[in-house]
Design a protein around this ligand. Structure first.
Ligand code: TXE
Length: 471
């Protein structure tokens, strides 16, 4: 059993003043593997005070110095990639490809931001006015359990690039991953107080951070409901916010699509991170003419998506993170039947041969209407809905008929048509034909998928504000 009782404040590990613990689990076995001490608001105050003390000097360091700090952070993460990988596997249970991506992303997030900072023009002239982009103030970050390590690194990277000190409240369900990462990043030797990590619950530590008067900027990734609470809390002191929230992405299969290529792509886009991904393409939009063939091919394609524990390198879908998430996915599968959708493959319960662990059966629903709750709400598991459409206009209408707008997908062969359809989709991102991840492209959503953008120069500017000198 691992006992995590410390926070990382002012350059050192120090005991939490909290009195409550939260249990940590291995989701593949349901066994409790540790506890994390939940910090009180007092610890948040201490961390914010440390960040506030560090801010004046840090915000006036040169970009060149901060590029060097980002490189040291990248090296520290890379040197500890194996330990990070192991912690993610044990505490989160993601299959190897996701774990490898995350462990590498941890270091790369710092290098990507270093590259942005190296070429970023911080000042510009408008007539005789000099405009300088200045750090927005002490930052706060709140991360979720589905990519805790990745989001700690990307939010810290942008803070360092911008010259803002930061207090991070990671997911309380990911404390072992946070601990391994914090020990690694401590080795980068940043000035004390530049980054601080406080373990705690959302209701206590998270809301204290979102409301803290000395925080100038909050970067939050999590559910839309919690994002709304963070937004409200931030309003009291006019904090700047970046909110990266839920999604219900559509994957539009155009009628000229090559199904040999498209069908594996549809499953990969839908089952990203075992379906526990805001960017997952969970609504598969198919022309009526191709419906039967796509259904058959998707069902057959599931053979390529074995479910199993992280240590089994053949696994491509891991367990849900918690009992609560397992229950949520089960209840949506039951709801889909009640709403009149047809289970093409999968269904309730665990996959055959798996007796324990929060594993679910990858499930494909067909005969789905876009008005059903399974097509409107974020299920956050490997459950996909197939929705037929009449023509291109109908596909665009269905794709946009959602409260969310994070990431959509368009798949087909005619590049002019792919772009034409993509440009009409209401989302922060549209992926055409399984295009590769671009770590410098802006990440974030429209509508209830959030506010603002992360990554690259857009992410950096979200931590800066213009100051005009009228000369
Ligand atoms: O998220 P929460 P939960 C979605 C997904 C999932 C659902 C519930 O649909 O099924 O959210 O997950 C902190 N003030 N996503 O309940 O509550 C909390 O401690 C400040 C999508 O785990 O949003 C954690 O650090 N902070 C998402 C973080 O918010 C608060 C990723 C996220 O937890 C808080 C995760 C409060 N009042 C879930 N309450 C994505 N965008 O990828 C909680 N927190």
């Amino acid at each position: 059993m691992r006992e995590i009782t410390e926070n990382y404040i002012d350059g050192q590990f120090c005991p939490s003043t909290g009195t409550e613990n939260a249990p940590l689990f291995n989701p593949a076995t349901e066994e409790q593997i540790g506890n994390v001490r939940l910090s009180a608001g007092r610890d948040v105050d201490t961390a914010v005070a440390a960040a506030k003390r560090a801010f004046p000097a840090f915000s006036n360091t040169s970009p060149g110095d901060r590029v060097l700090m980002l490189r040291r952070l990248a090296a520290a993460a890379a040197d500890n990639a194996d330990a990070i990988r192991k912690a993610i596997q044990e505490e989160y249970g993601a299959p190897a490809p996701f774990v490898d991506f995350t462990a590498n992303h941890a270091g790369n997030a710092f290098l990507d931001m270093a590259a942005v900072l190296e070429t970023y023009a911080r000042t510009r002239n408008i007539g005789t006015t000099e405009v300088e982009m200045r750090p927005v103030g002490v930052a706060g970050a709140i991360t979720p359990w589905n990519a805790n390590v990745g989001f700690i690194c990307s939010k810290l990277a942008v803070a360092v690039a911008a010259g803002t000190s930061i207090v991070i409240k990671p997911s309380e369900m990911s404390a072992m991953q946070t601990q391994v990462l914090a020990e690694a990043l401590h080795g980068a030797g940043l000035p004390s107080g530049v980054f601080n990590i406080v373990n705690g619950s959302g209701a206590d530590a998270g809301s204290a951070l979102a409301a803290h008067p000395d925080i100038g900027k909050i970067s939050f990734t999590g559910s839309t409901t919690t994002g709304q609470a963070v937004y409200r809390a931030a309003a009291a002191t006019m904090k700047r916010v970046t909110l990266e929230l839920g999604g219900k992405g559509a994957q539009i299969v155009l009628d000229d699509a090559d199904l040999d290529v498209v069908v594996p792509n549809l499953l990969a886009n839908g089952f990203i991170n075992s379906g526990q991904a805001c960017i997952a393409g969970t609504r598969i939009l198919v022309p009526f003419r191709l419906l039967a063939e796509v259904e058959a091919r998707l069902a057959a394609g599931l053979a390529e998506w074995p479910v199993g524990p992280a240590f089994d390198t053949a696994s491509r879908i891991g367990p849900m993170v918690s009992r609560k998430q397992w229950d949520q996915v089960q209840s949506y599968i039951a709801l889909g039947r009640i709403e009149g959708a047809r289970v093409l493959v999968g269904g309730e319960g665990r996959p055959d041969g798996i007796e324990r662990g929060w594993f679910v059966r990858p499930t494909l629903f067909t005969d789905v209407s876009n008005s059903m709750r399974i097509a409107r709400e974020e299920i956050f598991g490997p459950v996909l809905s197939i929705i037929p459409y009449r023509d291109e206009e109908d596909a665009i209408r269905i794709a946009n008929d959602t409260d969310y707008g994070l990431q959509n997908y368009v798949l087909g062969t005619n590049s002019d048509r792919l772009r034409r359809v993509a440009r009409r989709l209401e989302s922060g991102r549209v992926v055409i034909n399984g295009a590769a991840h671009n770590p410098l492209a802006p990440f974030g959503g429209t509508k209830q998928s959030g506010v603002g953008r992360e990554y690259g120069v857009f992410g950096l500017e979200a931590f800066l504000e213009p100051r005009a000198l009228l000369i």
